[in-house]
Structure formats: C-alpha cells, structure tokens
Design a protein around this ligand. Structure first.
Ligand SMILES: [Zn+2]
Length: 173
C-alpha cells in the first residue's frame, strides 16, 4: 500500500492483513476498506446487454453496466446513475437485487477489493436505438443470449459469477 507514512514520512510502517496500515512513529492509521460496486444484468428479448469495454482494466472484453458507488449514494441510485452515464438509459424502478460477489479491480497498479452488488433489470423491448453510449467507457453494446457467451470473453470474475448465477436462476423458473 504505502512505503512511507503519508502523515510523518517515516518508513516504520506496518501493514496488517490487506486492510490496516499504521505508522510506528506517529499515530497515523489508514484502513483500505472494501469498496461497494454495482453491476446490472439487463435482459431484453434479443439477449442480455453487454458492454464492450473501451478502457482498462479489461479493455475490449465484455462487461455489464456498473461501477463504484459514490460517497453518499445508495446502491440502486448508483447503478441507475452508471446506466445513464454508460449507456444513456435509466432502468428506473425495474432494478432488482440479484446477488453479491467479491471482486478485485486493478487500476494503475493499485489493487482495490470490492463487494459487487449485482442487479437484474427486465427490459424486453429494449434495443440499441434506446441507448446513447459513452464511447470513452464503452466501445459498443451487444445483446447476447447468455448461453452463447464464452466466459473467457468477460472482463471480471464477479461478472462471470453473476452471469452464471443469472443463467441458473433463469433455468430454475
Ligand atoms: Zn507516521
């Protein structure tokens, strides 16, 4: 995490587990807590909505709309905001909690531990023409039937688990 104390500059720093950082020379303590993130499986008649990621991590791989929850924000607010930002579409009141998976997100050399909350949205009539993409984040959007997906094409472990969970829960219906 840190090689020197950000408060006093001492090199007498201690890391307990992957979370607690403290300095022996002053009273500085820092917790790298797990961050909350969201993801959303939007299912239309033509398939599940996947984004082709436009940037690292996981550039060119498939992912679901989602991202980190902002300070002061609830998870449902967060996923609705991410959908509006990334695909220009608000799932509104149709967001349902599905399951939660731990994830690791490496960005510019720093490893972030997240707890990803996955939601589902049923939007049978949704098509590409309803969407406006943020092309910096999302190169394109594809509707793909879950059984046609190769899990290796998906960027994050939590997203693979979420898709598997979604497919199994659909099969049980
Ligand atoms: Zn210190």
């Amino acid at each position: 995490m840190f090689r020197y104390c950000p408060h006093c500059g001492s090199s007498q720093v201690r890391v307990a587990g992957s979370q607690r950082f403290s300095c022996d020379d002053c009273t500085f303590v820092f917790f790298q807590n797990v961050a909350t993130a969201t993801g959303c499986i939007i299912s239309a008649k033509t398939g599940v909505l996947f984004e082709v990621r436009g940037k690292e991590p996981g550039k060119d791989k498939l992912g679901f709309p989602g991202g980190f929850v902002n300070p002061g924000e609830g998870a449902i607010e967060g996923i609705r905001r991410e959908c509006v930002e990334e695909i220009g579409w608000d799932p509104g009141e149709n967001v349902r909690f599905m399951a939660s998976f731990p994830n690791e997100y490496r960005y510019k050399g720093v490893l972030y531990h997240t707890c990803d909350l996955y939601f589902t949205v049923s939007a049978p009539e949704l098509t590409l023409s309803d969407l406006t993409l943020d092309t910096k984040e999302t190169r394109e959007v594809r509707f793909i039937m879950p059984h046609e997906i190769a899990l290796d094409d998906i960027a994050f472990d939590a997203a693979k688990k979420a898709l598997r969970y979604f497919t199994l829960s659909m099969a049980r219906r």
